[in-house]
Design a protein around this ligand. Sequence first.
Ligand SMILES: Nc1ncnc2c1ncn2[C@@H]1O[C@H](COP(=O)(O)OP(=O)(O)OP(=O)(O)O)[C@@H](O)[C@H]1O
Ligand SMILES: [Mg+2]
Length: 470
Amino acid sequence: MVAISEVTNNNNNNNNKVASSNSTQHGANRTAAHTHIKGLGLDSQGVAKSVEGGFVGQIAAREACGVIVDLIKAKKMSGKAILLAGGPSTGKTALALAISQELGPKVPFCPLVGSELYSAEVKKTEALMENFRRAIGLRIKETKEVYEGEVTELTPEDAENPLGGYGKTISHVIIGLKSAKGTKTLRLDPTIYESIQREKVNVGDVIYIESNTGAVKRVGRSDAYATEFDLETEEYVPLPKGEVHKKKEIVQDVTLHDLDVANARPQGGQDVVSMMGQLLKPKKTEITEKLRQEVNKVVAKYIDQGVAELVPGVLFIDEVNMLDIEIFTYLNRALESNIAPIVVLASNRGMTTVRGTEDIVSPHGIPPDLIDRLLIVRTLPYNKDEIRTIIERRSKVEGLELTNESLDFLADLGVATSLRYALQLLSPAGILAQTFGRNEIAVSDIEEAKTLFLDAKRSTKILETTKNYL
Ligand SMILES: Nc1ncnc2c1ncn2[C@@H]1O[C@H](COP(=O)(O)OP(=O)(O)OP(=O)(O)O)[C@@H](O)[C@H]1O
Ligand SMILES: [Mg+2]
């Protein structure tokens, strides 16, 4: 039993002085390959706008992905498989990322690269199954007794360390919660303080604490603070309705893999799956096929009772030609089971020998019987204008300025080599411009960056002409 006691004397309730530490992370300048991609950029009819959501062109593929997103949301897509096929740097990985952004955080999206399935310790089919189950969500609804409100005060109270020494320990935590109908001050066990810290709770956040387990969940930031911090990643929520202490329907989103883990090692992960974690008799075991089937049975029962709902997500496998014939066979079967996510594959290969076979040559290195089950979405190479726009957008994200001539120059370079190479040159060129004390990247900077860093074609040529180079 966890100790939560209400403090009736509400004197220090106005004590709002506790510094709400501004935890704004200064990571805004970090950019990764796809930082500029923000969704598929479709309108409400599912028609792609030419430059939207960071996406430029590739209209047909984007609209096809939009249809996929709709089908997933309508739960009509499970067990289907899609292949994004197209040349290098035509935006396949970016499309998959955009699909996951469109699905929102509640639908599981599990990305992996073909080669990740090979490990000396875990069987490859086992690794694939694990990822399958990471991509299937379960929404569980439970009614629980909770304390919910906006945090008005958060004061850990120290005690001398009973074992002596210099260290202080925390004897209890005083937390003030405010809801639409009232306020309460609670005195909590130090163990609950740990979960408060884990959830990174600050004054001004809306949280709830389960009375029975003491599990703490941060719901979001109170919208009273919305103007103060303008973080895009922050979810603002209204002040909770009703009393602080009440019964609340709690919706938890977990994946089947979470349940497997929770049941394999019942000691760990208690806060995720308070109910589902103790379904099976506690035994310490690995995740085996048998355990999975038991979990499935219980899940099926809860779905029948209306307590839980299945949310099939997406399993994205990039570089699918890295999979071998054994995995493909397994994949075929897994797709036909009654709980399956939608599987999105991506490949930039043409006719390739299927890995693990001697002589089966097949498109993308995918065996014919799997190809037959795929919906294929094609990505097309970009023309100069599209490359130019992509580079322009990208430079904005990286905070770089380009003259018109250098944009044209880079776009031409992108056509001659590849979009990715042109994008790669942006940041080195930016640094070169800076060292010459210029804000704008000039053509000369790009030319210099180009001599410093080879593209694939030139480097191949050098290797071919100078044998024994390496
Ligand atoms: N239509 C687009 N609009 C904006 N940016 C794009 C677009 N297509 C690709 N990009 C960007 O170009 C770069 C290369 O694209 P991406 O990595 O998605 O290519 P890919 O098709 O996965 O290539 P590969 O086959 O080599 O894996 C990324 O930085 C990506 O964000
Ligand atoms: Mg890719």
